[in-house]
Ligand binder design. Structure first.
Ligand code: FE2
Length: 192
């Protein structure tokens, strides 16, 4: 493809792929390191979203006829050190500066769609990406609050005996309904 037809947003796509790949790597490593099973499951979910974002945008670059360029991030070594350290999880959130509810991320995401040259297909990918990133941020914020002991406690898991009790109640209600004789239709007075 000639340089004149090179999309203006190619650099943005490349930066997303770089960022999302690294995010997958450290979130996945953290998910395996933590001893908190709820946090681990949430981190795994967010990590997989990141991996999928990286693949979607790399695919889009390929469709447009360009190859992804890997960029070295000098801060990434430090990120991995934090994640793999024996600091507690709350401390890791703070050191990594994630889940703390800052507004910088929001501004960065909104800027992505500011390029008016974006083709509809890439625009749709970006829209979904932004919505998912916001949702991931909400999950991370909640998880951080929990590691700090603030906010609602995780919902208690439903035990088998709870389910059996619920089922027994429902069965009783349903059989009660079946026992009831069908309502008689009100007799119509014959009209002469
Ligand atoms: Fe991300």
């Amino acid at each position: 493809m000639s340089s004149s037809s090179k999309p203006s947003y190619l650099g943005t796509l490349n930066a997303i792929v770089n960022g999302e790949r690294k995010a997958f790597e450290f979130l996945d490593a953290w998910a395996m390191k933590t001893t908190n099973p709820d946090l681990s499951a949430m981190l795994k979910t967010v990590a997989l979203r990141e991996a999928e974002h990286a693949a979607s945008f790399e695919k889009r670059m390929c469709e447009l006829g360009y190859e992804f360029q890997e960029k070295k991030d000098p801060t990434f070594k430090k990120t991995m050190e934090i994640v793999l350290s024996n600091s507690d999880d709350a401390e890791k959130f703070e050191k990594l500066d994630i889940g703390l509810g800052g507004l910088d991320g929001e501004d960065r995401l909104l800027q992505l769609l500011a390029d008016k040259n974006i083709d509809p297909h890439t625009g749709a990918l970006l829209g979904r990406f932004i919505a998912e990133e916001r949702d991931s941020d909400r999950l991370l914020q909640k998880a951080y609050q929990r590691t700090k002991g603030v906010g609602p406690a995780p919902e208690e898991s439903v035990t088998l005996s709870d389910l059996q009790k619920q089922l027994a109640r429902l069965t009783k209600i349903v059989s009660g309904l079946q026992d009831k004789p069908p309502k008689k239709k009100p007799k119509r007075r014959a009209v002469k």
